[in-house]
Design a protein around this ligand. Structure first.
Ligand code: FES
Length: 104
């Protein structure tokens, strides 16, 4: 089963966490299901950047972003090459580990 490592975040997850995901889950949904309250102002409709996360390991374990997500990411504060919108980044079964940090 794919694992997602949430790197420590002062407010949301001070100790960090290791979470289990199912294929097709988004990073945001896995976090929310486990009580890690990443912001999601547009309710996961790819219309904001509040769910911006940066993938530190396992970037290729996610389905590729589409044009809409890329356009929205261009507006994100602190954009990095391995940035994703948590609500759009879906886990694929073939990879087992993904590490990310929350940007807010
Ligand atoms: S919650 Fe708005 S883009 Fe993800």
């Amino acid at each position: 089963m794919p694992k997602i490592v949430v790197l420590p975040h002062q407010d949301l997850c001070p100790e960090g966490a290791v979470l289990e995901a199912e294929t097709g889950d988004t990073v945001l949904d896995v976090a929310l299901r486990n009580g890690i309250a990443i912001e999601h102002a547009c309710e996961k409709s790819c219309a904001c950047t509040t769910c911006h996360v940066i993938i530190r390991e396992g970037f290729d374990s996610l389905e590729e972003s589409d044009e809409l997500e890329d356009d929205m990411l261009d507006k994100a504060w602190g954009l990095e090459p391995e940035s994703r919108l948590g609500c759009q980044a879906k886990v694929q079964m073939k990879i087992w580990l993904l590490k990310f940090r929350v940007t807010r």
